[in-house]
Design a protein around this ligand. Structure first.
Ligand code: ADP
Length: 542
């Protein structure tokens, strides 16, 4: 016997239909690649997304086809997203910060038929087009006035592409399990693998993202997702903002602190989401130049661990509350958010910080457990740590085209590749990525904890820790720091700062001041590259 309620498939176009119907005038504001600030609203974006859907049908695209985007967060990218999946296509977001070879691999592997791209990427696309094996059409996300005069490509102008189509063109009725989007992991090891989101997974994830203890969003929220749409759905913001009727502010190709600050202030942004590196630049900019963050109440920060010093700076200097979150491409991406539980809320500020530096509590829809090397579940006492496994309706079941084979265990758990603790109050804390943890004398040292401590040292802009072979201890930590402009950082100043803040035996055996640190295409420290650079390094005297 079944329940007797309506079968209303969870399709992503229903999110924007809702926004257009109940919040039609709510704004969608973008900084654009043409260098202007564009103002639209959900009703208009929905109409133009339907035009995109119809134009794709007329082009011969059919449900299940992959349509790629190589684009910043702008209203045209949002329209394209909804338009592609609204006609049954799969919106394949490509990260433009990847290397040429990776972009070519990804587009060919996905068998993309169309590529929507921004003005910023004309040269990139010209360079790569001869190597794309399946792309039939190139659509430039701009208007006629901004079309490049001389290009080797046969390019369709986006505004011309949709111009003749109806803003009332129908959406395609689909099975809610049909694919809606595709995003490849960064592939720091091996080839990138595709995660194919379904309509259902995206809608459930979007609803969970708006909950009070997740991002607490509603129709009065003005949200700025600096997290890009090409990386794990911009943490669902183009979907969640539509579901709530929030005002959506998009920063286009701009990631510099002055532009972001001006945007936050002038558009009355109260929630902004980004990785720690973006906020580090913002804090440094505010420290150097003064200024404020207007009505910003909260920042959601994830992708890498959030240092304690960042949480304190936002609180004390700017009255902005940091919400740490953890997730991954394979999880759409949300897994945990660090909103305070009643117990934590009742603590003193310093006690609260001990919890706020953790990655957060699981949100409804995400099951988590930690296991030891033998696969047995470990206790949730905040001390025992092991591999973090997850399960839920917006977590990957298998990679696109079956790459990587079976990725779930017999009970359906997915191994995140992270090592973590779980505590009695429900908070999860990442100890490290399993491949980054430093094994010293049979004990583990968390590179993340060391980096977070070191980044608080005077003059340090960024810190990275890797394990270096040691004849006695197996591995010991090497700390690499990049200093702030004009600062003078030495091994002694850093070690003096760390003294008392970390366990004695965690003290790095060496501290090197470097000019730059390598990053992945998603802005994380590229540990594989660092390990390669320092593979022959030996500690003095070791
Ligand atoms: P990639 O950079 O590999 O494409 P993701 O963006 O999917 O991948 O990265 C997911 C990983 O990022 C997680 O498995 C975890 O190691 C790390 N991560 C994400 N959020 C946090 C956080 N708040 N603290 C520490 N690590 C995090």
């Amino acid at each position: 016997m079944l329940g007797t309620m309506q079968d209303w498939p969870l399709l992503v176009w229903k999110l924007i239909d809702h926004a257009a119907t109940f919040h039609g005038d709510r704004e969608v504001v973008s900084l654009t690649c043409e260098g202007v600030r564009h103002r639209s609203d959900w009703r208009t974006v929905r109409g133009r997304a339907r035009q995109v859907a119809e134009a794709l049908r007329h082009m011969g695209i059919v449900p299940g086809d992959r349509v790629a985007t190589l684009a910043w967060n702008t209203y045209r990218h949002v329209e394209s997203w909804y338009g592609i999946s609204g006609m049954g296509g799969v919106a394949h977001t490509i990260n433009p910060r990847l290397f040429d070879d990776q972009i070519v691999y990804i587009a060919n592997h996905a068998e993309d038929r169309v590529l929507f791209f921004d003005l910023t990427f004309v040269k990139l696309v010209e360079r790569l087009a001869p190597r794309f094996t399946t792309i039939e059409h190139y659509v430039l996300l701009t208007d006629r006035a901004h079309m490049p005069a001389d290009t080797t490509l046969d390019i369709i102008c986006y505004e011309d592409f949709i111009a003749g189509e109806s803003a009332d063109a129908p959406w395609t009725e689909l099975d809610e399990k049909a694919p809606a989007g595709l995003c490849y992991t960064s592939g720091t090891t091996g080839n990138p693998k595709g995660v194919q989101y379904s309509h259902r997974s995206n809608v459930l994830h979007a609803m969970a993202a708006s909950m009070t203890d997740t991002f607490g969003m509603g129709a009065r929220t003005t949200v700025l997702p600096i997290a890009p749409m090409y990386h794990a759905n911009a943490w669902s913001m183009p979907y969640t903002a539509a579901a709530c009727g929030a005002k959506l502010v998009l920063n286009g190709p701009n990631f510099d602190a002055p532009t972001l600050q001006e945007l936050i202030v002038s558009e009355d942004v109260d929630l902004a989401l980004a990785v720690p590196t973006v906020w580090l630049s913002m804090l440094q900019h505010l420290e150097a130049n003064g200024g404020n963050l207007g009505k910003l109440e909260r920042t959601a920060i994830g992708g890498s661990a959030v240092p304690r010093s960042m949480i304190e700076s936002f609180d004390r200097l700017h009255g902005v509350r940091v919400l740490q979150l953890w997730g991954m491409t394979e999880m759409s991406p949300l897994g945990t958010v660090g909103s305070p539980s009643p117990h934590v809320h009742a603590m003193t500020y310093d006690e609260q910080l001990d919890y706020r530096i953790k990655q957060g509590r699981g949100i409804f829809g995400v099951e988590m457990k930690i296991v030891g090397d033998d696969g047995a579940e470990l206790v949730r006492d905040g001390k025992a740590f092991g591999r973090l496994l997850v399960r839920g309706p917006w977590i990957v079941e298998s990679y696109f085209k079956g790459d990587g084979g079976q990725v779930l265990d017999a009970d359906g758990w997915f191994d995140t590749g992270d090592v973590a603790t779980l505590c009695p109050l429900g908070y999860m804390q990442i100890v490290d990525r399993s491949k980054d943890v430093i094994k010293s004398g049979g004990e583990w040292i968390s590179s993340i904890d060391l980096e977070n401590a070191a980044v608080g040292a005077p003059g340090v802009a960024e810190a990275a820790v890797i394990g270096i072979h040691h004849p006695k201890w197996d591995e010991r930590p090497l700390l690499l720091v990049r200093q702030k402009d004009g600062a003078t950082v030495t091994k002694d100043t850093v070690l003096a700062y760390l003294d008392g803040k970390i366990a004695k035996w965690w003290t790095p055996d060496e501290v090197l001041v470097v000019d730059e640190l390598p990053h992945t295409a998603t802005g994380k420290l590229l540990k594989t590259e660092l390990r390669e650079r320092y593979k022959d390094y030996r500690f003095p005297g070791a």
